[in-house]
Design a binder for this molecule. Structure first.
Ligand SMILES: *Cc1c(COP(=O)(O)O)cnc(C)c1O
Length: 491
């Protein structure tokens, strides 16, 4: 360092001087301790905030062409910066956001919001002890699935049922149970990637089973399965292609065909439904999607589906099917590693209970309500939001109600285009990208999309109660922009 000093060009002298202006971490912590609004912040958090603030400024000084503006280094400014870092550190990382994307089952945004009943029951169960694995009538150890087994059986028509942590786990577990060190026969047209890292061929391999692909990408026939069956076959697996489809010269073997073959050759048949619905969406004009009861009635030994896709409940993997098959899965030690948590179980039970009255389920389970909300209702919400935003004082907001198309998401009903309505916003002097950034960083974060240089909000996934929240978000944005009037730069 010493030897460099005398060789430094003039701007490096400035930098050295600026670095010396930075307060020490201890001094900064002292200033933050007990400061207004930070009274309850633990010292460890203040220290981290002070340290990261000083480190950040040091970095900024070193990387800026001509050092930093002196105002940024004034002690008050540094304290303010550190206080902001401390406040940010106090807010939870996982937090509610407003989903204005129009994608109802949005995996990145937590898939299905829970019904009121599910939330209340979850809170009640979480707040104390429960009979999770305690049979209250006998006073002895009970079964974890007791709360949902009977419900799942009634709702799906299957004689046995259980649930695990998620559907990926359900598939892994079931394949491992029936086909470890044996072959699983799957059509080449169904070797799908669901998203993230869930790929059917990988899951089969990881379960210790041997993948036996049959057919071609676009066409698979019953004889392909028949020819592949041998004494090494452990399972016939049908996979819902979820997020993709094929058109043109295609052929697949329906579940009934596989069930017939399985019965004939004494091989279990499994259908991974992915989304899985207990509601027939026909009356809402959606493309036909076989319901779980229909699939079960076809005679599959095991059917798996997600708790938080079309079912509209918590993350979970349902496993329903024949007594013998479900008993074998329960006896698998891996079940213990994938077991469903009590909070999930509480929410799942109430979600399933709602389905005993289907019209009520559609009203009360948010995912079902949003998917089926009549266009006129969504249009009313969009009009209400557009009015609120137009009435904001002194803003340079251009607001327009626009027709949109919502999607089910989560690999469910991929071809469904639900007519929807929303609001397009642009702000004079701020690009749509910058606006999207600001809204995403807001409190609560507002997630929409950009189209033709406007920020678009689809009201199908926005609750009535969130409209006033969105208005407040834009009001705060406008206030901040007006505060720096004339300085608002487009980045
Ligand atoms: C979504 C999906 C899965 C994985 O379910 P998770 O609930 O996300 O674990 C498995 N199989 C299919 C066909 C799916 O669509």
């Amino acid at each position: 360092m010493k030897q460099n000093d005398h060789q430094d060009p003039p701007q490096d002298k400035d930098r050295q001087r600026q670095l010396r202006l930075l307060p020490g971490v201890d001094r900064l912590v002292e200033q933050l301790t007990g400061a207004a609004g930070l009274e309850t912040v633990p010292v460890s958090v203040l220290t981290d905030a002070a340290r990261s603030t000083v480190a950040g400024l040091r970095q900024a000084i070193l990387s800026a062409k001509k050092g930093l503006a002196e105002t940024e280094l004034a002690i008050d400014a540094v304290v303010m910066r550190a206080a902001q870092a401390a406040r940010t550190a106090m807010a939870p990382n996982l937090k509610p956001v407003i989903n204005a994307t129009g994608v109802v089952i949005h995996t990145n945004l937590g898939r299905s919001p829970l019904s009121r009943e599910a939330i209340d029951h979850l809170v009640a169960v979480a707040s104390g002890y429960s009979n999770l694995e305690f049979d209250l009538s006998k006073g002895e150890r009970g079964i974890r699935y007791a709360a949902i087994e009977d419900l799942l059986c009634r709702l799906t028509g299957a004689p046995a049922a259980m649930a695990v942590n998620n559907n990926a786990g359900a598939v892994l577990l079931a394949v491992e149970t029936f086909a470890r060190d044996r072959e699983v026969i799957v059509s080449r047209g169904e070797l799908v990637e669901i998203g993230g890292s869930f790929r059917i061929p990988d899951v089969i391999r990881k379960s210790g089973a041997i993948l036996k692909e049959v057919g071609t990408t676009n066409r698979t026939h019953l004889k392909d399965y028949e020819n592949a069956v041998s004494e090494k076959t452990g399972l016939l697996l049908k996979v819902h292609t979820s997020n993709y489809g094929m058109v043109g010269f295609t052929a697949e073997v329906d579940l009934a065909g596989l069930v017939e073959l399985g019965r004939h050759r004494n091989i279990p048949v499994m259908h991974d439904l992915g989304s899985g619905t207990l509601i027939d969406f026909k009356e809402f004009g959606f493309p036909h999607e076989p319901t779980v009861p229909e699939i079960v009635a076809t005679g599959a030994d095991v059917v798996t589906f997600s708790g938080d896709k079309l079912l509209g409940g918590p993350q979970a993997g349902m496993i329903v099917g024949k007594n013998e098959a479900v008993a074998a899965i329960r006896a698998n030690p891996i079940t213990r590693a994938l077991r469903i948590d009590k909070l999930t179980l509480a929410a799942l039970e109430m979600t399933l209970r709602a389905y005993r009255d289907k019209p009520a389920a559609i009203r009360n389970i948010p995912t079902l309500r949003m998917l089926t909300e009549p266009l006129a209702v969504v249009e009313q919400k969009a009009a209400a939001l557009a009015d609120e935003l137009k009435n904001l004082d002194g803003t340079r907001l251009a607001v327009e109600q626009v027709p949109l198309v919502s999607k089910a998401g989560g690999g469910s009903l991929p071809f469904l285009e639900i007519p929807s309505s929303g609001v397009a916003v642009s702000v004079e002097g701020i690009s749509a990208n910058r606006l999207e950034n600001l809204l995403r960083a807001g409190n609560p974060p507002l997630i929409g999309r950009i189209e033709q240089d406007r920020f678009i909000m689809d009201l199908r996934t926005v609750a009535q109660s969130e409209i006033s929240v969105i208005k407040e978000i834009f009001a705060a944005l406008a206030a901040a922009a007006n505060g720096s009037d004339g300085h608002t730069k487009d980045c």
